[in-house]
Ligand binder design. Sequence first.
Ligand code: G3P
Ligand code: CA
Length: 252
Amino acid sequence: MIVVAHRGASAYAPENTVAALRAARERGADMAEIDIRQTADGAFVVMHDSSLRRTTDVADVFPERRSFNVADFTLAEIRRLDAGAWFGPGFAGERVPTLNESLAVLREEGLGALVELKVHRRDRGMARRLAQELSTDPHWRAAGAEGRLILQSFDWVMLREIAAAAPALHTAALGKTYGRYGLRRIAQYARLINPHHLRVSAPYVRHAHAQGLAMFGWTANNDQAIRRLIRDGVDGIITDYPDRVHRTLLAA
Ligand code: G3P
Ligand code: CA
């Protein structure tokens, strides 16, 4: 069972920050999930929401701005923001990491990476640039071919483009429940189908496996949800509490 820390171990540290990635290792995760978005100048930064408002002090730093979309800010502007204080005073000073910085931390911590591409507006070169960024470092190039680096998205158009640009990279389709025909189509460009945990069932896991697709369920945070995913036979559990998954696995 692969234990994936959702947005890092986001129950214990501010989501999608270096602190959350370090907490993921401390809490026993095998991989960390991070969300990435493109800035106005084409950099990939780690941020879940399309707006910077919930998890940074952007409204204080840029009081003159009316909207706070990641896509409208440059990397240099985003680097000025505090991404930790909202979670607790002990995390003040955490920055919004870039994709590359996060991968460097995950490598240091010995963790795999489940990178979720969030798309505000599609742009032509994005898939190719991202595929290149994920395969420049030999460590992550090898990890991409071995399934220790996985690229996932709800945007299946981008997913297909990325799979075409980097055929060795493992990709995961985020989605709902699909029949055999749907799963067979997904298996043409993805290695995994990752549904919400309430959409997982034992037959669905079996159908996915029969099409050669692995399945990670998200985001299972309580013991009941974690137990159900284990019973249904998923390959991985995405959770804000990696330590809870270990506790449940030990008790099973
Ligand atoms: O890993 C899947 C999960 O992260 C998708 O939902 O909104 O937390 O990105 P969200
Ligand atoms: Ca995510």
